[in-house]
Design a protein around this ligand. Structure first.
Ligand code: 5GP
Length: 189
């Protein structure tokens, strides 16, 4: 099973992804390559940090199944790691943006796309300002991108309004359990 979780930055998705891995031991997080600088945080285990030249070389060699560029950095899912997770029969959790999610759905139509949406744009702005990580210019870019992403979430299978992290986790747990059960067999004889 392939599950993609996306949310605008500041949406709390890294904490949620980590919790889901604890709840569902069959799931593994699909690692990403990025050119952004390393920072302390919950999500850092997921990233392989590389230089721009290396990333562009990987694009040229088609070593990424999808990639996106925003806020001046590249992010992408490496084909080799993804395929080896698939081949070992793991369930795969991807924490990627809306472009990546759409690319994964096109390649694997059975993938479940879950979008975590903030209770309101105002609340998201408040969360981004309060985490004190971005300059004013970056904040404006993030707000604009968040609005675009919320609009694009119309293409997802599920949208979860993330008001309370514990409730959100239990809703996503319910979605995954339901999807795991929902294999339908049609027979014409
Ligand atoms: P951050 O820099 O805050 O860790 O991540 C920024 C954004 O990049 C988040 O929306 C995250 O989901 C997205 N992202 C992380 N890895 C990938 C990836 O491999 N592919 C794509 N398309 N987006 C990614």
């Amino acid at each position: 099973m392939i599950v993609v979780i996306s949310s605008p930055s500041g949406g709390g998705k890294t904490t949620i992804a980590k919790k889901l891995l604890e709840i569902f031991p069959t799931f593994k997080i699909s690692p990403s390559f990025t050119t952004r600088t390393q920072r302390e945080g919950l999500g850092e285990g997921k990233y392989r940090f590389v230089l721009k030249e290396k990333f562009e070389d990987m694009i040229a060699k088609a070593e990424l199944i999808e990639w996106a560029s925003f806020f001046g950095n590249y992010y992408g899912t490496p084909r080799a790691e993804f395929d080896s997770l698939l081949n070992e029969g793991s369930d795969i959790l991807l924490d990627i943006d809306v472009d990546g999610a759409e690319a994964i759905k096109a390649l694997y139509p059975e993938a479940i796309l879950i979008f975590l949406t903030p209770p309101s744009i105002l609340e998201l702005k408040k969360r981004l300002v309060e985490r004190k990580r971005d300059s004013e210019k970056e904040l404006i870019e993030r707000f604009k991108r968040a609005e675009m992403e919320i609009k694009r979430s119309e293409n997802y299978d599920y949208r979860v309004v993330n008001e309370d992290i514990e409730k959100t986790i239990s809703m996503i747990k319910e979605i995954i359990e339901k999807e795991k059960r929902s294999v339908v067999t049609y027979k014409n004889s």
